[in-house]
Design a binder for this molecule. Structure first.
Ligand SMILES: [Fe+2]
Ligand SMILES: [Fe+2]
Length: 331
């Protein structure tokens, strides 16, 4: 009996009609390499990234508001300095991400206009108010904590400028998460009122933080394509599970209760079972009907207007500098 020879070329052959650039793109993705701005990319890949990166940038910028609210009222000079540094970091994250999105052919003005016109999305979590000092702890611990779980895998995103921006951002996010944890720890080691304030705040932020990972996998239509393109590495539910697994031991150290009576270890599956997430609330907030959506957008619009003279002055200065350079070159 003759054994048929093993085919020499086992690499998948390009499908008929695939252009050389498209084949190169497919090869780079298959090799888990990076796509750079100069490379050809499918229009749908570009659009997905513009949407994801700009939403992410807007989230960083709008996300400054719930904490900016407490900078002047933080309980000590040290707390003010830490909070100020944290909020400045978020502004920096917004800038890296807007720059990454700009490499895909969208302008900063287009993104800003969409945000202030109320047409762009940003993370639903920032549409919740921050009425107590303990909220600075919960935001750092839960919101930045969820951001880390989401963003660490994005450091390996196939689009180069996005992945590289995420590396810098993640380093700062882990400082944010620890400072939030430490605020809560100090409150939990304080008076009865301080402990109650910390617990009340965790109760309010826990569920919206779980919603940050997005809808459940069976209701997340774009996820599969993003995973094929190596933009997304884990599904929404996987990341949510990972986050809860990280929170449970930390909550024990803090002495706070996570407000989910159905939360328990599932020996068989090796993950925590959790209660039902209120997806109606999530969609309501995303549609603009959350507790602070209108206030957040109005504040952003006001800041944009108030900063107009700074932008105009900077542009005038840049024009003068450019003119001077031309004069020197001519002389
Ligand atoms: Fe951030
Ligand atoms: Fe952060």
């Amino acid at each position: 009996m003759t054994i048929p020879p093993v085919p020499y070329d086992i690499a998948p052959r390009p499908a008929a009609g695939t252009s050389p650039e498209e084949q190169q793109f497919n090869d780079l993705i298959a090799a888990d390499s990076r796509i750079e701005p100069r490379d050809w990319m499918p229009e749908a890949y570009r659009k997905t990234l513009v949407r994801q990166i700009s939403q992410h940038a807007h989230s960083e910028i709008i996300g400054m508001q719930p904490e900016g609210n407490w900078i002047t009222r933080a309980p000590s000079l040290k707390r003010k300095a830490i909070l100020l540094a944290k909020v400045q970091d978020e502004a920096g994250h917004g800038l890296y991400l807007y720059s990454a999105a700009q490499t895909l052919g969208i302008t900063r003005d287009e993104m800003t206009d969409a945000l202030i016109a109320g047409k762009a999305r940003y993370s639903s979590i920032f549409n919740y108010p921050s009425p107590t000092w303990a909220d600075m702890g919960s935001i750092g611990w839960l919101v930045d904590g969820a951001a880390i779980c989401n963003q660490v895998p994005l450091c390996r995103a196939s689009y180069g400028p996005y992945g590289r921006a995420m590396v810098r951002i993640c380093k700062e996010e882990s400082f944010h998460q620890r400072q939030g944890f430490e605020i809560l720890l100090e409150l939990m080691n304080g008076t009865d009122e301080q402990r109650a304030m910390a617990q009340e705040s965790v109760n309010r932020w826990y569920w919206p933080a779980l919603q940050m990972f997005g809808p459940p996998d069976d209701d997340s239509p774009n996820s599969a394509q993003s995973m094929k393109w190596n933009i997304k590495r884990f599904s929404n539910d996987e990341l949510r599970q990972r986050f809860v697994g990280m929170l449970v031991p930390q909550a024990e150290v803090l002495g706070v209760t996570l407000p989910d009576p159905d939360l328990r270890w599932n020996e068989e599956k090796g993950v925590y079972d959790m209660g039902e997430i209120d997806w109606t609330e999530f969609h309501e907030v995303l549609q603009g009907r959350g507790p602070a959506n209108a206030r957040r957008l109005q504040r952003r619009r006001d800041a944009h207007e108030a900063g107009r003279w700074v932008r105009e002055a900077a542009a005038a200065y840049a024009r003068k500098q450019a003119a001077k350079l031309t004069e020197t070159a001519v002389a």
